[in-house]
Each structure stands twice: as C-alpha cells, then as structure tokens.
Write a protein that binds this ligand. Structure first.
Ligand code: SAH
Length: 226
C-alpha cells in the first residue's frame, strides 16, 4: 500500500461525525451542522492524532490541554443560537478549532488564551484558512475583554470555580453565556451552565455534567468557596 491509499478520507470521516455524533444526538441547528461539516478538524490536532481527528472524544493538543469532543462543541454552539450578526467572546482558544467555527457562525470573534504558544499556533491555523473576523488575546479570560464588549454570546472552554462576574458584566442584553462550573464539594464534578441576560435579570440554567480542563486564573483562586 502506498501512502495515498493509507491516508484517512477526512471528508468521509467528517460527514460521518456530523451524522453519527451530532445529528443522531439531537444537534438540529443547521448552521452548526453545516459549519462542522465544512471545517477541517484535522488541521487543528497535532500530527500524531490526525487519524483520530473525528473521533468521539477529546484529544491532546499539547501543554496538557485538549481539543473538546466534537459533540460538546456542537452542543455549546447550538446553545449560543448564533445567526451570523453577533460579536462573540471565547475563553480558552486552545487549538483554535472552535474559534474557527465561531468565525463561520458569527460576525466577529474575540478569543482569549492564557498560553501564548497555543494562541500563536491557533493564529497560524486561522490565517491559513483565511479567516479575518477574529482577535486573539493572550491573557486571563476570567477578566473577559471589556474593550470589545458587549457580547451577544460568550463561551468558556475550561471549568471555572464559579461564574466570573466580569463575563456577566460584558454580556449584551439578551446575550447568552455557556460555561462549565466546578462543584465546590467534588472538584471532579462539573456542570454546564447557561446564563441569559435579559433587561431586568439573569436567567441561569444548569444543563448537564461535563468534563473540561480547569480554568486557571489568579482571580478565580480567591472565589473557590464563594
Ligand atoms: N475549545 C478549545 C479547547 C480549549 S481547552 C479547542 O477547540 O481546542 C481549554 C483552554 O483554556 C486551554 O487551552 C487552556 O490553556 C485555556 N485556559 C485555561 N484557563 C484560562 C484562562 N483563565 N484564560 C484563558 N484561557 C484559559
């Protein structure tokens, strides 16, 4: 067998991922399905894992971090209910995969990553794909990016000890925030939380158990037991 016949058929694997991991599990937002059916996830994983780019699990991306399972990415994107006009804030750029999806689904994306090496790699990948509607920031996502606020949607890709106040403050009226929150009693336990800001109040809904890498922040450290 030569290399060409051994190479995985990524287009086929991608279509199967959309069908079997997303549609079969009730991802119904057609814009999310289209974006994930189009974006080459294999570009966002290290070479050693490329053959597994469409596997139904998270994968290592270096620095002890992971690219999330495709289903959880789709589920969180669907919750944000993007229509293409929004300014979105992402915490935890990681590989840049979800950043690229947000570039397809929203008008403008601001993404914060605390690790400069991951941010630089993500910047290269996004530029290679000719996306231009994003700003990558190296820093502590706990604080958000008030210079670009307000955001119609905010998504956090690392588990926080509680909902960061600065992020809620940067939500537009009607804006949605999706964030994994760690349990105070059992650090292994995390819940995905959905927050919607209306004119008068915040509507908060606990959704399901999840497993993310921790959000690392000096600001967050003091809030562990709040
Ligand atoms: N959605 C990403 C996966 C992100 S993994 C993807 O598609 O690849 C979570 C990322 O959050 C990691 O890269 C980690 O370095 C980053 N992170 C953790 N704490 C952070 C913080 N306080 N601010 C910004 N990024 C943070």
């Amino acid at each position: 067998m030569d290399a060409a016949t051994e190479a995985p058929n990524f287009a086929e694997l991608r279509a199967a991922m959309v069908r079997e991991q997303l549609m079969a599990r009730n991802i119904t937002d057609q814009r999310v399905l289209d974006a994930m059916g189009r974006l080459e996830r294999e570009r966002f994983v290290p070479e050693a894992y490329q053959a597994h780019a469409y596997a139904d699990c998270p994968l290592p991306i270096g620095e002890g971090q992971t690219i999330s399972q495709p289903y959880i990415v789709a589920y969180m994107l669907q919750l944000l209910a993007l229509r293409g006009t929004e300014r979105v804030l992402e915490i935890g750029t990681g590989s840049g995969y979800q950043t690229a999806l947000l570039c397809l689904l929203a008008a403008e994306v601001v993404s914060i990553e605390r690790l400069a090496t991951l941010s630089a790699q993500a910047a290269e990948r996004l530029a290679a794909l000719r996306f231009t509607n994003f700003h990558l920031i190296v820093g502590d996502g706990w604080l958000g990016a008030p210079q670009f606020a307000p955001y119609q949607a905010i998504t956090v890709g690392a588990a926080a000890p509680c909902i960061p106040t600065p992020l809620v403050a940067q939500l537009a009226e009607g804006g949605r925030l999706v964030i994994p929150v760690r349990s105070h009693t059992n650090p292994e336990e995390q819940t995905l939380v959905y927050v919607q800001r209306t004119r008068w109040r915040l509507r908060t809904k606990k959704l399901c158990g999840v497993r993310f890498v921790p959000l690392i922040s000096e600001r967050a450290a003091g809030t562990q037991n709040n």
